[in-house]
Ligand binder design. Structure first.
Ligand code: HMG
Ligand code: MG
Length: 319
């Protein structure tokens, strides 16, 4: 018996539709030791869009000295065809980055703060307060000019240098980010240490502090295999935007213990089984991640990609 899709069992307490915010081309490729050719990146994004992903974070307009892997941001962005229903958000740390993104034609940007002082310094060369000061004019100018703005908040659960991160500390920084006027705040588990109870408690605390669930997104890395469980906890809290990375590519060059993001294929399998609409064609996505894994010279860490690639059926392929 071939199972290339899960049986569907709806849970009425969960949302009907989830927006998948694909981060593979940015969070995935920023962490590759080899520089991926720009044509390959453009084809990767094109294939992701063809598989039904409508939000694909394409690249970062950061310092190329800090992230050389994304030093081709202008060239890549110019290769992306404009489509009415597709968004290509880009990371922007400062006004110089915003100007580059605008000149390239971006309409959707993301600034990226941290809930901890140490990671803020490692990732942005600035403490938490200075980083928020750097973002304030970016968010204001972008919003005035009609752009959509996401604010990431990294290290919301644990930090490799500071240990477990307290919920009050995360809520405090989140409220400051929301106060700057972003459209969406993305709660990130950069090093993958969260567990579902922690996710529930943090999202609940954010809600009680006045952050609307409709404004929240979640971004889980899968270091400890908890990303899918954490996603279910976020869906239970009413979150409908979930980040993932095709094939489970990813990490963060400034956080050693960050491994790949939640794989988009694993997320799609979960959501399909729950009868939650995503608009994504799983078979096309698996082919794309297999193709990308071949380009990178190593297999995808996604369980679903490994189970479905090459048209194999998992039941027959296991010894
Ligand atoms: P700095 O060294 O303090 O910056 O870095 P600076 O303002 O002193 O400038 C230094 C040089 O960079 C200057 O050039 C600037 O012109 C240039 P020089 O005079 O030496 O030739 N520069 C730029 N060039 C191009 N574009 C720019 C730009 N800004 C300055 N936008 C800075 C500060 C913020 C620039 C740096 O720390 C940086 O680029 N950091 C980015 C780090 C990064 O991208 N990390 C990964 C993304 S975050 C992540 O992955 C987490 C996430 O996935 C969520 C999660 O999982 O938690 C989002
Ligand atoms: Mg990340």
């Amino acid at each position: 018996m071939t199972m290339r899709a899960p049986g569907v069992h709806r849970r009425p307490d969960l949302p009907d539709r989830v927006r998948i915010y694909e981060v593979g081309p940015r969070d995935g490729l920023q962490n590759e030791s080899a520089i991926v050719p720009v044509d390959t990146k453009a084809e990767f994004i094109e294939r992701l869009v063809a598989a039904g992903l409508e939000t694909v974070e394409a690249t970062s307009f950061v310092s190329p000295k800090w992230v050389p892997q994304l030093g081709d941001a202008e060239t890549l962005f110019s290769m992306l065809p404009e489509r009415a229903n597709v968004r290509y958000p880009v990371l922007v740390p400062n006004v110089a980055g915003l100007e580059r993104a605008q000149a390239a034609g971006a309409h959707h940007i993301a600034v990226f703060a941290a809930a901890t002082e140490t990671f803020s310094r490692r990732n942005l060369n600035r403490g938490l307060n200075e980083a928020l000061e750097m973002f304030a004019p970016v968010v204001t100018k972008a919003r005035q000019e009609g752009m959509w703005v996401r604010s990431y908040l990294s290290m919301c659960f644990g930090d490799p240098w500071e240990g477990e991160v307290q919920i009050d500390q995360v809520v405090d920084v989140a409220l400051r980010l929301v106060g700057q006027g972003c459209d969406e705040i993305c709660i990130a588990d950069t090093i993958g240490v969260a567990t579902p109870g922690h996710v529930h408690d943090l999202l609940d605390a954010l809600g009680r502090a006045g952050v609307a669930t409709s404004q929240m997104a979640v971004h889980f890395h899968d270091t400890y295999g908890q990303a899918l469980s954490n996603t279910v906890a976020a869906l239970e809290a009413g979150v409908t935007t979930v980040d993932s990375s095709a094939g489970g590519l990813g990490g963060c060059p400034y956080a050693d213990s960050a491994t790949g993001n939640l794989a988009t294929e694993d997320l799609v399998w979960l959501l399909q089984g729950l009868g939650i609409e995503t608009g994504v064609d799983l078979e096309a996505l698996v082919k794309t991640s297999t193709w990308m894994a071949d380009r990178l010279g190593r297999p995808s860490p996604s369980r679903v990609v490994r189970a479905l690639q090459d048209g194999r059926t998992p039941e027959k392929s296991e010894p």
